[in-house]
Design a protein around this ligand. Structure first.
Ligand SMILES: [Zn+2]
Length: 403
């Protein structure tokens, strides 16, 4: 029996009333449960809607990329097909003439065979260029470095260029001492470079001109552009280069990487925050004379322009001092020892880190080119970017990882 209290007296509930209450309670319970389930279902369906929208957008983006790749592929194929067709047409036409016309004299026959040969070679070069591009893109281009006689390479380039030069009335002349030192190169690459230069010279010279290939006279300063890493500069000096020109030291500086005799140092490294010494002991640049590593680190953390400037000043001064040391070593006749000592102290770039970094930069560059962001560099000029592109590949772990 169920009973309860009212203010005045004890109240008894009849079994019928109790039954009614139970029925009502059960129904209220299921109504609440239903409402809860309905709400859950509504939330799930909202979530599902959102997920479907997201996935659809992803698919659309992927589709867009595929369409772009497809467009580039078609464009590439049409350019390649056009490039290939020109020499191929010449080869077929002249072969056909030789086959079907018996009235040709010996000179004409020889001339046509020469053209076929020349165009065949051009076609081979075009194909190897296309293969090179795909090899470069997959990072697999290998150089076959060996010692070669430069005269023989130039002679081969002359053979390729001579038919066109002859047609344009242009004389080719190789003006170099008989005894040139052997060069340590990939023969095909160098042949390609000389052939391209010759072909440009032949195309752009007025008829009757002489195109001259000459060795740089001994004693003239030798200039190498686009090389700015300390280890490369010293390699260049060892090979007889006198002048260098490169954006790398300032570019690296703006990215927080500074040169020291022990290798590159990244000013953004957290470990430098409490260092009170200069970038490098013994450096007389303004950055090292006035500021501690900890302060420079702070400037980079705050993206303060002064940091970029000080790091650039140090890098430039480092290279000037390095070249002065090299000069002294040359004068003292001890360059080889100096070079070797530098190499043994300078931290060699880690090949794996460099490759990974290269990949990331390449991706960052394409994102940047697509206008998706400007995270490539804190400051910089587009012309500089293009010029430093090759060198960018050289930088190891020193680059800030905005990309
Ligand atoms: Zn310094």
């Amino acid at each position: 029996m169920l009973f309860g209290y009212s203010a005045q007296s004890l109240v008894y509930f009849s079994p019928e009333f109790l039954q009614l209450v139970q029925v009502v309670a059960t129904q209220v319970g299921s109504a609440v449960k239903n409402a809860q389930l309905y709400e859950e279902l509504r939330l799930l369906s909202l979530d599902l809607d959102r997920k479907v929208r997201e996935r659809t957008a992803e698919l659309e983006r992927a589709n867009e990329q595929l369409r772009e790749v497809d467009r580039l592929k078609s464009e590439f194929l049409s350019v390649v097909a056009h490039e290939f067709r020109t020499p191929l047409t010449s080869i077929c036409s002249f072969a056909e003439i030789l086959l079907h016309y018996d009235t040709l004299d010996a000179t004409q026959r020889r001339r046509f065979v020469e053209i076929i040969n020349e165009e065949g070679q051009r076609l081979t070069r075009l194909i190897s260029q296309v293969l090179d591009i795909s090899r470069i893109e997959s990072g697999k281009l290998e150089l076959r470095l060996e010692y070669h006689d430069l005269r023989a390479i130039v002679a081969a380039a002359f053979q390729i260029a001579e038919p066109v030069a002859g047609r344009r009335g242009i004389r080719l002349c190789f003006d170099a001492p008989a005894a040139l030192p052997p060069v340590y190169v990939d023969r095909d690459r160098v042949l390609q470079v000389i052939t391209n230069l010759l072909s440009n010279a032949v195309q752009l010279s007025p008829p009757g001109e002489t195109v001259r290939v000459a060795a740089l006279p001994a004693g003239r300063p030798r200039y190498m552009m686009g090389i700015g890493a300390p280890e490369d500069l010293l390699d260049g000096v060892a090979r007889g280069v006198d002048l260098f020109d490169c954006v790398l030291p300032t570019r690296l500086g703006r990215n927080g990487a500074v040169f020291t005799h022990a290798g590159k140092l990244n000013l953004r490294n957290a470990g430098l925050a409490t260092r009170s010494g200069p970038i490098e002991d013994g450096c007389d640049c303004e950055a090292c004379a006035e500021f501690s590593l900890g302060y420079l680190h702070h400037l980079f953390r705050c993206e303060e322009l002064l940091g970029y400037r000080l790091a650039s000043i140090h890098n430039l001064r480092f290279l000037v001092r390095l070249m002065a040391e090299a000069r002294e070593a040359i004068l003292a006749g001890s360059y080889d020892g100096f070079h070797e000592e530098f190499r043994s102290r300078y931290r060699p770039p880690d090949e794996q880190v460099r490759n990974e970094q290269r990949k990331r930069w390449r991706e960052a560059r394409s994102r940047w080119a697509a206008g998706a962001g400007t995270e490539l560099q804190p400051a910089g000029e587009s012309s500089e970017r293009a010029a430093a592109e090759a060198n960018e590949e050289r930088m190891d772990g020193a680059r800030p990882t905005g990309d």
